[in-house]
Design a protein around this ligand. Structure first.
Ligand code: ZN
Length: 197
């Protein structure tokens, strides 16, 4: 324990995932002794982000405005809607640069064990989205966990009749993967979902 202010900073840094007492102390010391101006800039950026970033009214991803830049972009394809669990998934898919459609963020997945039911996700909003805007293809990009699969199935039931087709991300062999190290579920899925060369 150095000072009360130092302890307070360490305690706040510990809210970050994977940051324990030791790492928090190291971060705080680093900022105080070597990166003070950057530390102040960090504090400002945090304050700005925490107060200013909200949920996009349309896709429920993160946004500075009522509607996010992705939803506002006229070059995106309105006929495809990719349903993901979190804003992090939007970022991951955007980084592939392989998708030009729109997104919809559910806000998680169904998980009875954790008490997360359909009412806790943006499913009503998704139904409203697809009934208000015509969609050709709804791409279900929820996780491949049991919860993710259950969520995909649930959405397909709830929304499927409002769209022309519902697709699911292919599952199978990861890039650079050796077949012998794959679990049999993944390899089985890869065989089922095989595509033309
Ligand atoms: Zn949006």
């Amino acid at each position: 324990m150095l000072t009360a202010k130092f302890d307070q900073l360490v305690n706040q840094l510990r809210v970050l995932p994977g940051v324990g007492q030791k790492s928090a102390q190291r971060m705080a010391l680093h900022l105080l002794t070597k990166k003070r101006p950057q530390g102040i800039a960090l504090a400002h950026a945090l304050d700005d982000a925490m107060r200013g970033i909200k949920e996009c009214q349309r896709c429920h991803s993160l946004s500075d405005e009522e509607v996010c830049p992705l939803c506002q972009d006229p070059r995106r394809d309105d006929s495809q809607l990719c349903v993901v669990e979190t804003a992090a998934d939007v970022m991951a898919i955007e980084q592939t640069a392989n998708y030009r459609g729109r997104y919809f963020v559910l806000g998680g997945h169904l998980s009875p064990i954790d008490g997360i039911s359909a009412d806790d996700l943006n499913i009503d909003q998704l139904v409203r989205y697809v009934t208000q805007s015509p969609i050709d293809e709804l791409i279900l990009a929820t996780g491949t966990t049991v919860e993710g699969q259950t969520t995909a199935h649930f959405i397909s039931e709830a929304v499927g009749r409002h769209v022309k087709k519902v697709t699911r991300l292919a599952q199978g062999v990861p890039m650079g993967g050796e077949l012998e190290y794959l679990d049999s579920m993944t390899l089985g899925q890869a065989l089922q979902n095989r595509s033309f060369l």
